[in-house]
Design a protein around this ligand. Sequence first.
Ligand SMILES: [Zn+2]
Length: 268
Amino acid sequence: MRKKDGFTLIELIVVIAILGILALFLVPSFIGYAQDAKKAVCDSNLTSINRAYQATLTKLGSDEAEELLTDVMNNKDNEYFSTIPKCPDGGDYLIEAYTTEMGKTAYRVKCTIHSKTTSTIPVQITDQIQDLFTNREKYEKFNGGKAITDTQLKSNDFVRKVLKEANGGKWPILTLGNSNEYYVQPYMDTFGSDASNDIYVFATSSKSDNYWGASFIYEEASGLWYQAPDKKQTIMISGLSFNEVKEKMEKNGWVPVEPTITGEIILP
Ligand SMILES: [Zn+2]
């Protein structure tokens, strides 16, 4: 038999094919490592900024101050860092107001890409509406003790009124980086002949129960809140299906944001 002194063409093709197949499995996990590494850098940046802010508050004996956190985040006068900490994935650092365990308003920096702490409140509101539909007698006490009819359950105004009563007469409060408060409320698409009866959750700056200008809209599929890029524009959601609302959000370039939501949803 002739002694082989190298690879045949066929052998090379087979080896290359096998390497190609292996690469298919390996490349995605390498990409995963790179993403984890960027998230780790970003998390460490956020920790550094938030710690520097807290240390400065302590040093100055100051109360929580959003302006001070802005200075720390922007490394004002190069006082806090050797270089401004930035997200390696290009995420924006936003200031978020939140309520401490002591019930005080405090501030911290979050990343629009890497900080994903979605509130469960929108999901709880949706669950509460389902609960009202299936156990309506539990909610009669929020309807002046009267039985709740099928017709009433088709009315947005009615459902929202009963729910608000069940939650102690108020909606949860959404805040994002400044002192403005928004009220987190549900909305059923019951309008028109093509009503989807979908329930969705939005937040408005108005205390009125009949104001449909949404400043924030929650997308259940992604678990994210969206806001207009100028932080001011609202979408009038009355009479729209969620798909129509989504089209408007896309057309106007609404972006995901990470608000803080306080308050609770109560199942009677
Ligand atoms: Zn980031």
